[in-house]
Write a protein that binds this ligand. Sequence first.
Ligand SMILES: Nc1ncnc2c1ncn2[C@@H]1O[C@H](COP(=O)(O)OP(=O)(O)O)[C@@H](O)[C@H]1O
Ligand SMILES: [Mg+2]
Length: 473
Amino acid sequence: MDVKSRNHLLLNRLALERDIKTSYVMDHMITDQVLTLQEEEKVKAQATQRDRAAMLINIILKKDNNSYISFYNALLHEGYKDLAALLHDGIPSITSYDRKDSTDGVAFCVRTILCEGGVPQRPVVFVTRPELVNEIRQKLYNLRNDPGWVTVYGMAGSGKSVLTAEALRDQSLLEECFPGGVHWISVGKQDNAGLLMKLHNLCSRLDLDFTYAQRPPLNIGEAKDRLRLLMLHKYPRSLLVLDDIWDSQTLKAFDNHCKVLITSRDRSVTDHVTGRKYEVHMESGLNDEKGLEILSLFVDMKIKDMPAQADKIVRECKGSPLVLSLIGALLRDFPNRWEYYLRQLQNKQFRRIKKSSSYDYEALDEAMSISVEMLNENFKDFYKDLSILPKDVKVPTKVFCILWDMEPEEVEDMQQEFVNKSLLFCDRNGKSFHYYLHDLQLDFLIEKNREQLQIVLRMFLGHDIDDILPVLL
Ligand SMILES: Nc1ncnc2c1ncn2[C@@H]1O[C@H](COP(=O)(O)OP(=O)(O)O)[C@@H](O)[C@H]1O
Ligand SMILES: [Mg+2]
């Protein structure tokens, strides 16, 4: 471990020993493969909380840079923001990270940097699209020495967010262009109040040692100034990723001479911001080969062994990765239903929901309807409740425990059913799970459940979900 990191641990040792509960912190570190189960046992064997914390720190002190950063991330994730702040300046620079690949082939340090920056993980079933990923990376290299904008644009559900995250899993790119890290913000469609909240949350996230956070900003102008100062003084060489931007007004709040990547359905959103601009067009659908690959990964068959209906399903879904994931998940559970699902997709007699103009995929409605219909009756209603989720927020298990009055384990088991069917997405860090819906899925649920929505909201005893979430998150 670097001397600097070691010193930070030693200097802040007392505060750390006093406050941390070791068990969740250790879960993160075990997931990161920097702590062994034997070491965990050794810590657990200590009599008091303080002794356990002291033992953990002793163990970390003998370890490498990766362990330091993993410990730091664990503190952040477990709500010890002020303790993490004490260690922040001791974080080793990216070039001195130990190069060691983790299980998924992504360098360890890349994984931790991206995790810290809130970059989503790969979906469980994932097909590579190397040309597009490389194109995004090449455009990002243009931001190495200068501020500017890279826009990844394309149809909803076409894979913009997934591929953008993938492009960032590249150690050289991070080292050369963004040594200050990456900060991912799910923006979505926002009114002024929502935008102000996003800016405020971003500033709090960046301002680890509370230099600027005297009080929440009063208006967007003030929030924008605060962000500008933070980026200039503390993160001059980092990348902001603004995922799913809807309008140029929102973007103006981030127009601060930074390095920014945005994803959007609208190519022209950057028309009114200043600086150099680069763009990448996300093809709307996968080619047949990649489409088939998604299905084959879901059903665990070789492409050549799949039945003839597979090609037709890919075409019927117009190659949409989102729709193919839904159908793939159904086929995994019911491997004999290729013909049935193909017919369902072709047969437009499905009870149609009113089209929201935000997307073009009839196939999505079909696929969602089939997937939801296939759920076990008990689960169907719970799934419909998810329509109260706010857009672009990853919601932790405990929110659902309150909503459904369930134990965390019950919630997680049920949510896993939805995740397995691609009806819900999950980011996992150590023992904590955060769930989110793709915005098209949310549109679908909201359209279907308009009347029911009020009833669910009442379950929160008259509170507005938007008021409750910030408290719980
Ligand atoms: N390369 C890929 N491999 C497998 N599935 C993918 C891939 N890209 C996207 N998907 C699936 O499609 C869904 C939508 O992708 P996403 O990137 O969120 O779309 P967008 O941001 O363009 O709306 C993902 O949640 C995932 O299930
Ligand atoms: Mg997206």
